[in-house]
Design a protein around this ligand. Structure first.
Ligand SMILES: *[C@@H]1O[C@H](CO)[C@@H](O)[C@H](O)[C@H]1NC(C)=O
Ligand SMILES: *[C@@H]1O[C@H](CO)[C@@H](O)[C@H](O)[C@H]1NC(C)=O
Ligand SMILES: *[C@@H]1O[C@H](CO)[C@@H](O)[C@H](O)[C@H]1NC(C)=O
Ligand SMILES: *[C@@H]1O[C@H](CO)[C@@H](O)[C@H](O)[C@H]1NC(C)=O
Ligand SMILES: *[C@@H]1O[C@H](CO)[C@@H](O)[C@H](O)[C@H]1NC(C)=O
Length: 478
């Protein structure tokens, strides 16, 4: 056990409450890799008392980690999937471990108001751990929801059982409840929820989204949270069995953080026999801390600092503008060289560039559009573009323009396209083409080969996503 320095803890509490109201640029994150104490038999149902005894044993270990994380100044701690009761249950044998977890909208601090709903000793204990230590606590447990024949999908045993993440804020309030949408094939004890339930919450240290284990392999809810809802940090309880060469936990989870441009807090279970190890605190530019250990059987706490704002900063100074009736997201190229990114829906566009000289009376922007074009024909577009605005008024960006003065020493434009039909456009001042001066690399980047021989009007990757078009109709275009 790690001794808790009381003086240190109260100093941290003072600092945290002093900062409580204002937004933070950085925060301290913690994840705990936990060697779960398993039930001796998951084939035979146990009594609710026996189930609670096992869960209390695991929570006692998590409690030590939570207190130590708080002592080190952590604002939030993530604990693993199945970290409270283990795995390999059937529908019947998991049942005594489940609690009826209310929707966070009920605005409930279980620690301060126990017994307001159905008996929930686990929720109450977790809430108190968050409240007493003034730290956000993320845990994974089981939810049960009674149903009956009025619902045709109701299972024959009269209840839904969900693999569930819960989040308590630093006052112990239940602020998030997420039902795992992409169950792993072995999870017969749980039901699939009806929809992905994109669960997010805001704090003074950034916005958060949450999903679980196998969810990371699918689009919903994972990609939507990072890309469309633009959370800064993903909370990720997992029970991940390492699969080399491409899908070991630290490898893939850090890659996803980088690929999606988010912070990613991954807490794995620890069991060397089952090849479960690998937890980490990953930022978009690389891991801040990670743990991988196949030798020892104990748990492990990671604590480190992270930026509070990630994807938000990508679109921070973005604004909208219309290009031929489509509402693009733009970001201005304020410097004569650099890197910029802009996202819209599932499309993120990246640009590296260097102007020969930045002209004060010309404005260039990077733009993204991901959607159905609906005027004079309906067709689905994904477009990344560097373009010159008509005037120095940002409201003019996207309007037709024929002349420019700015040559580029280099540009490199890329995007996260969902289609392979992407047409590269480079248009120079005077509506001139640029033969031989650019190419598309095999990785999809559109790059300049030389300094542009003329000033640039626009550079674009113009993607057509034919599968997303509405069905063909006989109706002629006007
Ligand atoms: C929280 O603190 C209260 C009193 O301050 C104590 O009774 C309770 O046991 C603590 N709970 C946890 C989980 O630390
Ligand atoms: C069936 O379930 C619905 C909703 O869960 C509930 O409102 C209703 O009272 C239940 N009916 C019976 C007969 O239990
Ligand atoms: C979080 O804040 C953002 C931006 O202020 C807002 O769009 C979003 O709806 C908020 N999310 C929640 C869950 O409150
Ligand atoms: C790892 O999991 C296996 C199978 O569930 C179990 O038998 C074993 O006791 C676990 N190892 C440890 C160290 O807990
Ligand atoms: C920019 O253009 C918009 C729309 O055309 C106009 O309303 C606005 O006044 C202009 N701003 C400046 C500073 O000229």
């Amino acid at each position: 056990a790690v001794p808790l320095g009381l003086v240190g803890a109260s100093a941290v509490l003072l600092v945290l409450s002093a900062l409580g109201a204002c937004a933070l640029d950085t925060y301290v994150a913690a994840v705990y890799e936990h060697n779960v104490i398993l039930s001796e038999d998951t084939e035979v149902p146990v009594s609710p008392e026996e189930a609670l005894m096992l869960m209390e044993k695991n929570i006692a270990i998590l409690e030590v980690a939570i207190k130590e994380a708080a002592r080190q100044g952590a604002h939030i701690i993530v604990t693993p999937e199945d970290g409270i009761y283990g795995w390999a249950f059937t529908r019947e044998t998991i049942y005594p471990y489940l609690e009826d977890i209310p929707d966070p909208q009920v605005d409930w601090i279980p620690c301060a108001d126990p017994g307001r709903f159905a008996p929930s000793p686990v929720l109450e204990r977790l809430s108190c751990l968050a409240r007493n230590n003034s730290i956000y606590v993320v845990a994974n447990m089981g939810d049960k929801k009674a149903c009956n024949s009025s619902d045709p999908k109701c299972p024959s045993d009269g209840r839904y059982q969900y693999n569930t993440n819960v989040v308590f804020d630093s006052e112990g309030k239940l602020v998030a409840r997420y039902h795992k949408y992409n169950l792993f094939v072995t999870e017969k004890q749980f039901n699939y929820p009806k929809d992905p339930g994109f669960v997010t919450f805001n704090t003074s240290f950034g916005s958060f989204g949450i999903f679980t284990c196998a969810d990371i392999l699918y689009h919903d809810p994972a990609v939507v949270l990072a890309s469309r809802l633009q959370v800064d940090t993903i909370l990720f309880p997992t029970a991940w069995v390492n699969t080399l060469p491409l899908l070991s936990a630290v490898q893939f989870h850090s890659a996803w953080a980088m690929g999606m441009g988010v912070n990613f807090l991954s807490a794995n279970t620890h069991n060397c026999t089952l090849e479960m190890t690998g937890s980490g605190i990953y930022a978009p530019d690389g891991p801040r801390a990670y743990y991988y250990n196949t030798e020892m059987d104990n748990g492990h706490l990671l604590v480190t600092e992270l930026s509070s704002h990630q994807t938000a900063s990508i679109n921070k100074h973005s604004f909208n503008g219309v290009v031929y009736h489509d509402l693009f997201s733009f970001v201005e190229l304020t410097e004569s060289k650099g890197h910029r990114a802009i996202c819209q829906q599932d499309l993120c566009c990246h640009l590296s560039y260097k102007m020969v000289k930045k002209h004060q009376d010309e404005i260039y922007v990077l733009g993204a559009f991901d959607g159905l074009h609906v005027v004079e024909g309906e067709y689905y577009l994904q477009v990344c573009t560097l373009l010159k605005c008509l005037s120095t008024n940002l409201s003019s960006c996207g309007q037709p323009v024929e002349m420019a003065q700015t040559k580029f020493e280099m540009f490199s434009l890329s995007g996260t396209f969902g289609t392979s039909y992407v047409f590269p456009e480079v248009l120079y001042s005077g509506v001139q083409l640029a033969p031989g001066e650019f190419e598309v690399l095999t990785d999809g980047r559109l790059i300049s080969r030389t300094t542009t021989s003329k000033p640039v009007l626009s550079v674009a990757l113009f993607g057509r996503w034919y599968e997303k078009d509405p069905p063909h109709t006989a109706q002629a275009s006007p």
